[in-house]
Design a protein around this ligand. Structure first.
Ligand code: NDP
Length: 226
């Protein structure tokens, strides 16, 4: 049975990914900070195993990788993310910037460093870094949002280097933009429903091959310039 490991699986896009893969008969390793409170995640029918995981906690990430030593991971979805306070030029909170980097940039790399052998021993060998178009330098026409933009731009740099470094192991690494989605982060007025985003991303994930490694994709399957 194919399996997927998802971070931040208790709500929003991560929860929808967990539901979607479980319905299709995948084994889902669902990670979140407070599994006890993850009611919707616990309610999913299917082969779903919950793990407590804060991606900024290096010891815990390493511990989980050891716990799962006998589990090959077909797909790792680095979904957990944090927008941080929406501070503009002249208002930046540098501590919060560091914290945002720990989650959005260092978290995904730390996951891959710890789970690289689980990925390498699987059939699918795919890492999906949930980035954002806000991290695209080309697409930035409005400025501002220094903290979130830079954390996702740096995540894209991580994706690119991983795609080169892990090629020999046959591991494919991509960044994706899920759209501007109706979640706690995206807000109620966002144009894209969670369902539309995740069904687009599932189609993309199903199609991605080793040739696509190091690319940045929109949820409709098109590529986004860095
Ligand atoms: P939500 O705010 O609904 O969910 C964010 C998830 O990340 C939650 O499960 C949250 O857990 C988890 N998380 C935050 N910090 C940590 C941490 N330190 N360790 C583990 N988990 C953590 O947002 P979305 O579902 O919208 O976001 C999912 C991804 O999509 C993010 O990476 C986001 O940046 C990206 N994205 C979203 C867009 C949108 O419009 N919604 C647009 C572009 C990108 P908890 O509940 O414990 O806080």
């Amino acid at each position: 049975m194919p399996n997927v490991l998802i971070t931040g699986a208790n709500k929003g896009i991560g929860l929808a990914f967990a539901q979607s893969f479980a319905v299709d008969g995948w084994k889902v390793h669902a990670c979140c900070r407070q599994p006890d409170k993850a009611k919707e995640l616990k309610a999913i029918e299917g082969d779903v195993v919950l793990y407590k995981l804060d991606v900024s906690d290096g010891l815990r990430v390493a511990g989980l990788a050891r716990e799962m030593i006998d589990d090959p991971i077909d797909i790792l979805i680095n979904n957990a993310g944090y927008f941080g306070p929406r501070l503009e030029f002249g208002e930046i909170d540098y501590d919060d910037w560091t914290y945002t980097f720990q989650i959005n940039t260092m978290g995904p790399l730390r996951m891959v460093e710890n789970f690289v052998e689980h990925l390498a021993s699987s059939d699918r060998k795919l890492v999906v870094n949930v980035s954002s178009k806000m991290g695209s330098l080309n697409a930035n026409e409005t400025g501002g949002q220094y903290v979130y933009r830079s954390s996702k731009a740096a995540l894209n740099a991580v994706t690119k280097s991983l795609s080169i470094d892990l090629k020999d192991k046959g591991i494919t690494v991509i960044s994706v933009h899920p759209g501007h989605v109706q979640t706690d982060m995206g807000g109620e007025e966002a144009p894209v429903t969670i369902g539309k985003s995740v069904s687009g991303l599932r189609k993309l994930i199903a199609k991605v091959t080793e040739e696509d490694t190091g690319q940045f994709f929109d949820f409709d399957g098109s590529t986004i310039p860095w």
